[in-house]
Ligand binder design. Sequence first.
Ligand SMILES: CC(C)(COP(=O)(O)OP(=O)(O)OC[C@H]1O[C@@H](n2cnc3c(N)ncnc32)[C@H](O)[C@@H]1OP(=O)(O)O)[C@@H](O)C(=O)NCCC(=O)NCCS
Length: 170
Amino acid sequence: MIKGEKVYLRPILKKDVTFLNEWKNDEETYRYLGGGFMPTSLDHHEKWLDSLIDTSGNNKRFIICDKNSAPVGMVGLYDINWIHRTCEIGIYIGGENVKGKGYGKESCQLIEQFAKEYLNLRKIKLNVVSENESAIHLWAALGYEKVGEYRDERFIKGKYKNLVLMEKFI
Ligand SMILES: CC(C)(COP(=O)(O)OP(=O)(O)OC[C@H]1O[C@@H](n2cnc3c(N)ncnc32)[C@H](O)[C@@H]1OP(=O)(O)O)[C@@H](O)C(=O)NCCC(=O)NCCS
């Protein structure tokens, strides 16, 4: 468990698949994420649960829980490169009533600290859709800097969107 003030991060359990699937089916939460919005059945979700759970490889995902141990989202490090000591970060807070409470920011701070102090990583990268205001604010507040932008990179809700590339040395 990785402990913070408002939240803690814990590994994913098989039983988490029920709310992971609810979040996956929430258009607002998923449309700006890399995989995009794709309605997914619980049966299908269960098929790739093992790869979500596995923290032994180059992707490490954690469930974000609030102080009452209620699951409020997922944060992860992806494509860890052990030679260059880089990785990507991804996060979502699931459900409307839990966004904007500082959970996202603290979860990122916790996983950044873990990346630095236990995985010996030195740089974290990310992609964010340019119109995703809450995420742009989050990354700016955490000290990520814009290093580029792909034009018309993602097709979301009928329109092509730019994708901003950001990085942070931790
Ligand atoms: C982006 C997301 C993870 C932010 O998590 P959150 O818990 O709601 O954000 P926090 O409450 O921790 O706020 C973090 C910062 O962003 C700002 N922020 C959050 N939501 C905002 C909004 N809708 N508009 C403007 N600023 C916003 C906060 O003010 C805060 O800045 P501060 O520290 O300077 O005060 C969340 O909105 C989400 O899950 N979005 C859908 C998935 C997604 O887009 N993930 C990121 C992909 S790159």
